[in-house]
Design a protein around this ligand. Structure first.
Ligand code: NAP
Length: 283
């Protein structure tokens, strides 16, 4: 039987029948990764749901047939976004969406980012913005997590850019609202257990902070530099050109104030306030 019919789809985004009857079968893309792995453990924890973590081996993003097999019979998909060069990411996302729509997945909980402006200088603002648009046009019911920059990712970026205890960034007066991966995972899991909200939820840390203050908290002296010098430092330190480009675009997007929203929906969705940068630094 066609997946759409089997799921009780009756023709418009608001008309799924039999929702939440019996155990839910939930798949998670990136389900062996840091965010998806945590979502998997959270959802599998109470033993009430059939939880299926997907990976590059079980459901490769560039294999539409494997994705369709993986999503056949799935009620809810936690769609952790793909990573890597942006053109491939766009194709990966479209393959997942096509498979989910074909299989009649009843609820897609999408991981996106705070910056989804197609005109942003950040390459992943385009991939996430494009993915959100495609999801809205797909006819699938959805909830969207727009995550701020992950605290762990930002601290790692500071470490990569640091030279002799000084980190020089083209951040200007940018403020950002870093969010712990744990909180992103908890929000995705919470939304997976609810009916589709049909909107996005900003998922951020407790407050926005100047990038220089975060660098100081992490123990670095902080300096301003140009985008070109920042990229050159990363390349000299062995970073791949793609990531030097992506990180430089992200800093440009931060300078434009696109990552400063706070507080977001962590407390509302999980019943617990978000972890702060200090919480993650252990101080
Ligand atoms: N907001 C931010 O600050 C920020 C920063 C970085 C990334 N992100 C986004 O957040 C996402 C999740 O981050 P994360 O830290 O949880 O990532 P992660 O730990 O690197 O996990 C990646 C997951 O994707 C799977 N995967 C990799 N290549 C795949 C492929 N070709 N086909 C299917 N699955 C594949 C991996 O499976 P295997 O175990 O088989 O490899 C793994 O489960 C990233 O993918 C990216 O879109 C956001």
């Amino acid at each position: 039987m066609d997946g759409l019919a089997r799921r009780g789809y009756t023709g418009d985004a608001g008309s799924f029948e039999g929702e939440r009857e019996g155990p839910t079968k939930i798949a998670i893309t990136g389900g062996t990764g840091r965010i998806g792995g945590r979502v998997t453990r959270l959802l599998a924890g109470d033993g009430r749901h059939d939880v299926v973590p997907l990976s590059s081996r079980s459901a490769p993003y560039d294999d539409p047939e494997a994705l369709r097999r993986a999503l056949d019979g799935i009620d809810t998909l936690v769609f952790v976004s793909s990573d890597g060069e942006a053109a491939r990411v766009v194709v990966h996302h479209q393959n997942v969406l096509n498979a989910a729509a074909r299989c009649g997945v009843g609820h897609i909980v999408l991981l996106s980012g705070l910056d989804v402006d197609l005109d942003s200088p950040f390459c992943y603002a385009f991939t996430n913005g494009h993915n959100e648009r495609s999801l809205r046009a797909s006819g699938c019911r959805f909830s969207i997590v727009r995550a701020s920059v992950y605290t762990e990712f930002l601290l790692d970026l500071l470490r990569k850019a640091a030279v002799g205890g000084t980190v020089a960034l083209p951040a200007g007066a940018a403020r950002v609202s870093p969010v712990a991966r744990e909180d992103v995972a908890r929000c995705l899991a919470a939304l997976a257990l609810r009916a589709p909200t049909g909107r996005h939820h900003d998922v951020t840390g407790p407050r926005s902070l100047p990038v220089g203050e975060i660098a100081a908290m992490a123990g670095y002296r902080y300096a301003q530099t140009t985008p070109a010098e920042f990229a050159a430092t990363l390349l000299r330190r062995g970073e791949e050109p793609w990531w030097a480009y992506a990180y430089t675009g992200m800093l440009a997007s931060m300078r434009q104030g696109r990552w400063a929203k706070a507080p977001g929906a962590v407390t509302e969705l999980t019943g617990r306030p978000p972890l702060s940068v200090r919480d993650l630094l252990g101080g």
